[in-house]
Design a binder for this molecule. Structure first.
Ligand code: GDP
Ligand code: MG
Length: 177
């Protein structure tokens, strides 16, 4: 049972980036453990969590890295990006500034990561539609211009979280296999 004796074909490092409080840690908790907390404290300690999944009969270990509360400008170090083959660039659909900062995050990501990195733009908190401040159209347009995948998610309601991570992991798999 568990990881014991399990043959891992691939390990994919995926990093979570984006402003503080957009829901990165909750997206990770949802994907890795199917958990969610409304009063999540600023991330401390744990650097990454893993989830093992099967794609095309290959066992993939997804190693998802969380920023540990270092989202201030340039506080995320190059070690964080090292070896990453995927990235989830998260903003909060109810907080316009978190979307306005996406370009800056993208610039930093492209400056540090492998040029073939697979990037998903994630508009989180889609359950808060009545507070929306970023239209899906704006985000879609940006993602098309920048060649990113795009999805709106809710870590709270578990909407599209699985799909967002799986899309990135499948695309990574397709490029390495
Ligand atoms: P991080 O700083 O980007 O890691 O953000 P957190 O994951 O710590 O989340 C910040 C706050 O937003 C916490 O109070 C979460 O419970 C809340 N949150 C995260 N995801 C969602 C979501 O999908 N919907 C709603 N309504 N709240 C969320
Ligand atoms: Mg966090």
């Amino acid at each position: 049972h568990g990881d014991f004796n399990q043959k891992i074909d691939y390990v994919f490092k995926v990093v979570l980036i984006g402003d503080s409080a957009v829901g990165k840690s909750q997206l990770l908790a949802r994907f890795a453990k199917n958990q969610f907390s409304l009063d999540s404290k600023a991330t401390i300690g744990v650097e990454f969590q893993t989830r093992t999944l099967v794609i095309d009969q290959k066992t993939i270990k997804a190693q998802i890295w969380d920023t540990a509360g270092q989202e201030r400008y340039r506080a995320v170090t190059s070690a964080y990006y090292r070896g990453a083959v995927g990235a989830m660039l998260v903003y909060d659909i109810t907080k316009r500034p978190t979307f306005d900062h996406v370009a800056r995050w993208l610039e930093e990501l492209r400056g540090h990561a492998d040029k073939n990195i697979v990037i998903m733009l994630v508009g989180n908190k889609s359950d808060l539609g009545h507070l929306r401040n970023v239209t899906s159209e704006d985000a879609k347009e940006f993602s098309e211009r920048e060649n990113l995948y795009f999805m709106e998610t809710s870590a709270l309601e578990s909407t599209n979280v699985e799909t967002a991570f799986n899309t990135v992991l499948k695309e990574i798999y397709d490029t390495v296999s």
